[in-house]
Design a protein around this ligand. Sequence first.
Ligand SMILES: [Zn+2]
Length: 307
Amino acid sequence: MKFGTYTFLPEKAEGFDFHLYRVKPEVGRRMPPQPDMYSNIAIFGDNVTARNHPDWISQSPLGPAWRTNNNYNVRWDVLCATQPEHRAEQLDYIEDVARKSQGVWLNSIHFAEHGHCICPRCKELHAKSGLSWYEWRRKEITDYMTLVSERVRDRAKKKFVIGVLPDPVTSYERFGINFDDLAPLTDEFLVVMFSKNYATPWYFETLTRNFKKIFKDVPLNISLYVFGPGDNPKEVPTSNELMTVSARMARAGVDNILYLAEKASQITDFQKAAVANVGLQETLRNYGGRPVQEYLDFVKGWEKVVK
Ligand SMILES: [Zn+2]
């Protein structure tokens, strides 16, 4: 086992085996690669390019992949994964960075999220392919990664690592990623586990999607601990966390949600807090289509029972 650092500045903390430097993070800023560090490049998450070419943004039935679109998990602006000029420019850029550093570790190699991309070019490419929607997206990502891999491994003769999001089961439906396709193209995989400030909702939503796929037509119930027996009151989830996670599980297709506590009064306390939190209810209205609205309408219904 080896241990590395992963930094936004070209600085190497002592006591590690290797160093990965964010040469081009999703904000789109580009920094000079370092000869004695690996380089991390985000391809389609790219705020700078999105600002310069707003028509390249990825499109979906729930709106474009601007980082302000709360229907999705995007924390940056995400470009259409088939945009030919961006693809070509990034190929050259990645090869150049590979030559000037220890190798390239990629992020944001995929479609923005489920439902992306439905721009006119993608619609046309899909129609021409004769493939299903999911298989067409898979082919787009695999074919492009084949080109990138060739640039880094065969031409620049450097190490190549593909980064993926922490979703082992539904990355195909969400992002167009098939791990078996990518395995022969990469030297190693990197799974980016997110920072605490949005890790929890991400994992709840992803596990919901994963179980929905595995259980197929059998309805999925999920229970959330509101207050377990003997729980430290400081460690139980806040009403904000419970509501946010519930909304995100709703948009991921959960059929029923149970709130678990030792006593009914602990659940009533949660209901009171949820009803009082009008600001969060408004925010969550932007978090998805009909299932999220259904959840929020249900919470609103508690006004009558807890007053
Ligand atoms: Zn597109």
